[in-house]
Design a protein around this ligand. Sequence first.
Ligand code: PMP
Length: 430
Amino acid sequence: ECADPACACPEPLPVLGRDVTVPLVTGGDVTYAALDYAASAPALQRVWDDVAAYAPYYGSVHRGAGYLSQLSTDLFEQSRATVAEFLGCRPDDQVVFTRSTTDSLNLLAAVLPAGTHVFVFETEHHAALLPWQRAKGAQVTCLPAPRTPEEAVAALDVALHGAPKGSKLVCVTGASNVTGEVWPVRRLAAAAHRHGARIVLDAAQLVPHRAVDVTELDVDWVAFSGHKLYAPFGSGVLAGRPDWLREAEPYLAGGGATRTVARRADGSVEAEWHTTVARHEAGSPNVIGAYAIASACRALTEAGFDRLAARERRLLGLLREGLAAVPGVRVLSLFGEDSERVGVLSFVVSGWNSSHLAAALSAEYGIGVRDGLFCAHPLVRHLLGAESEDLGACGSPDPGAGFNGNAVRVSFGAGTPEEHIRRCTAAVAT
Ligand code: PMP
């Protein structure tokens, strides 16, 4: 599909829904162009096939003596090991299966040592911005949006330097869900550790696009969601250092998290909790979800992140070139033109209401993008500057207005054919 005969870029990986046709308001049908991978990526066909092959055999995990329960328990634990390997975890790191990135970060917020001072940038997704405010006794410092990666590192350094002694946590995104820009994670981790702080990486938008190695990046924890990593909904991961997880109260109280439970003579109930990963996985685990994540990890590793990223860069180049040719298009960026990006790009078109534009891309061209503030209100407001002054509390579309405070986001990945990108730029140009 590449115009360059010497190009060794791989073909798109087969994903679910690639042959789905949708009706157009102008008449007829067209193949759906899924360009909203940053919200939820279509599952890889390979992941779906793996899950379908296993589904007839699934059984209760850690709770049954039967053959299928044992099989499911083995597959669940093997999936954990696959994820640990995929993330380059240290030998004593714990991989907790959760429901999503949001759940993973809320879990970490729930296990913060008392009085932890948390540092975030205002550029974070709400899932990485908000859980800390609810953590008991935590203090949160929200740093303003930096203009360059260097400024981000320097700002964090200064903030941590000025903070009083005590438990500290930094939470940063690996790649922005709005601009797609890649953050200087290794340098931020070095700054955090220089000041005795821990760091958690919100890798929701990074893991689908780049190899993430927690040992090499030297981050303490990493969080991501299965549904953005070409696996179905309902599963996520928090992986990293065991100490805070081991020492805190269990995230959920219930079966599976306890070693023993007894009624005391005074009528109260006493529980002795596990100190292993089981401590935060109370209730029957989502073995299908864990298995699907592990399958996606294997599929992406085999496809090769270097090759996937090379292809993604080419598609991003096409998208940027196509949009640059359209008068009035402004691509949103924090770090500038030459910043490293994954396949996520947001833009506004002067004189256009972004919600109307996104609706037209869907209705007239069969293209699925997202418009809005992408659960990153402070960041989008910052990027749109004065343009967003009229914005309502949620940036809700203002029908009839030229500009509605929203942006349009195009996002893609391993399953995206070049035609989808070309269709999108042609449609915006029309
Ligand atoms: N962080 C980032 C950077 C994201 O893009 C998202 C999802 N848009 C999340 C966190 C939250 O992920 P989930 O909705 O799967 O919990």
